[in-house]
Design a protein around this ligand. Structure first.
Ligand code: ATP
Length: 441
């Protein structure tokens, strides 16, 4: 099924997932706020990444470096000089484009004549301290990677790490993109999930391939459909100045195949540059081999916002149920913003309400669960389906007699009766297994 982006944007607004930033003032170009459910979804994406990148490996450390850095770091990294996009303006309608996005020689909007292309640096400039002079200029980081490189020796020595090992980081990055758009796909402020993996020169190609496989599998493991994911090798003409090789993991977004994540073999470029500019020794001494070298770096660099958008799009389903349209977000349980919703069948029966609230309170000690009685049961189910809640628990009149509740599964809409006692463990089991557990079988 191909899904228009508008449907996703509208669902996100309607259900409190993503809002336009500063909406009451008319918004600000391509800047979005994650609402109560969006913040949960994105946190789950980031947690799944951190778990696989840091906790499940014994060759990785985490880091949270600052957004502002000494501007010398950006000179060393090459960003001051070459983190640019070629920019052209239409002389007639004044619209602005990235030259490398254009197919023809004229304005795609009005056919007008275009200006000469000029380089535009994507870094946001700002000032440190009260005086706005050139000595106080610094930049909002356009990638989190440099915060890792400048800490390479700190982490390696303090954590007593041997090569190969990596450093993982999640954080905000900023780029003054010329042509942002497609909802949260390209924004000026976004979060990256980056790994710099330090290896011995000569083993870099093998590690590069291992990371490509590992990162591709991560998206599949979290439920992305295989046919919507592909790898695209960069042509040699397309490679960044530092990269030995680079591949993009692409997702089939509504606007076509676009980059989700880039994996690059950056050679020893970054550490060598920082060593030269800082005049510090950033090499590594291999005790066993009595050998000193500057490590090569493999960089899997993903976007938390792009990944979140891809998971949303991939999970979106429209179905017909008894003549009605049902919208379902078939998110993997790990990613679902709310894990369980507890719904009383009759909200004017205090005993039913009390039983439902008590189950919700028990569930809340484990994960995000809600109690909701603001509509009829049918509408409550639809609402939870639309936000991807894997399980709904309904407390009805009979529950008071037989001490059982109905558990309904989102995708199959299958319902089972489960004893109230132990229902929390039962749901936790279902969530861990990713499917409704059959008590009778
Ligand atoms: P693009 O070609 O789409 O501009 P890029 O190749 O410049 O991306 P990288 O520098 O490789 O991107 O950044 C790594 C990841 O960070 C990207 O794969 C993407 O997921 C994310 N990312 C980069 N720029 C943006 C942006 N403007 N908005 C949202 N995410 C972004």
């Amino acid at each position: 099924m191909t899904i228009e982006m508008d449907k996703i944007v509208s669902l996100c607004k309607r259900r409190g997932i993503i809002f336009q930033n500063s909406e009451i003032y008319g918004g600000i170009g391509n800047t979005w706020d994650y609402g109560p459910l969006g913040v949960e979804l994105k946190r789950n994406v980031k947690e799944a990444w951190w778990k696989s990148a840091v906790y499940e490996r014994d060759d990785m450390e985490g880091l949270d470096a600052a957004i502002l850095m000494n501007p010398a770091a950006w000179e060393a990294s090459g960003h001051l000089e070459s983190f640019t996009d070629p920019l052209v303006d239409c002389k007639k309608c004044k619209h602005r484009f990235r030259f490398d996005d254009l197919d023809g020689e004229v304005c795609p909007d009005c056919g007008g004549e275009l200006t000469e292309s000029r380089s535009f640096n994507l870094m946001f400039k700002t000032f440190v301290g009260p005086v706005e002079d050139s000595a106080s200029v610094t930049y909002l980081r356009p990638e989190t990677a440099q915060g890792i490189f400048v800490n390479f020796v700190n982490v390696q020595q303090m954590m007593r790490r041997k090569i190969p090992f990596g450093i993982a980081q999640i954080g905000k990055s900023f780029r003054n993109e010329i042509t942002p758009g497609n909802f949260t796909f390209r924004t000026r402020e976004f979060e990256q999930m980056e790994i710099e993996f330090f290896v011995k020169p000569g083993t870099d190609e093998e590690w590069y391939q291992r990371w490509v496989d590992e990162r591709f599998r991560w998206y599949l493991d979290l439920g992305i459909n295989k046919e919507n994911l592909r790898l695209r090798d960069h042509e040699s003409t397309e490679l960044a100045h530092y990269a030995k090789s680079c591949v993009d993991i692409e997702y089939l977004f509504p606007m076509g195949w676009c980059e989700l994540e880039g994996i690059a073999n950056r050679s020893d470029f970054d550490l060598r540059q920082h060593a030269e500019h800082s005049r510090k020794d950033l090499s590594y001494f291999d005790e066993a081999a009595k050998e000193k070298y500057i490590p090569y770096v493999i960089e899997p660099s993903a976007g938390a916002d792009r990944a979140t958008l891809a998971f949303l799009i991939d999970a979106y389903r429209e179905e017909k149920v008894k003549g009605d349209k049902r919208v379902v977000l078939a998110l993997q349980h790990r990613l679902a913003p709310i894990k369980v919703a507890v719904l009383p069948l009759l909200r004017n029966r205090p005993d039913i309400v009390e039983a439902a609230r008590s189950i919700a309170a028990d569930l809340r000690t484990r994960y995000k669960a809600v109690y909701d009685d603001t509509a009829s049961i049918g509408r409550l189910y639809r609402r939870q389906d639309e936000i991807g809640t894997p399980y709904c628990v309904t407390v009805d009149v009979q529950s008071l007699d037989d001490r059982q509740v109905t558990v309904r599964e989102r995708d199959s809409m299958r319902q089972v009766r489960v004893p109230i006692e132990g229902v929390v463990e039962y749901l936790t089991d279902c969530l861990n297994r990713g499917e409704l557990v059959d008590l009778t079988g």
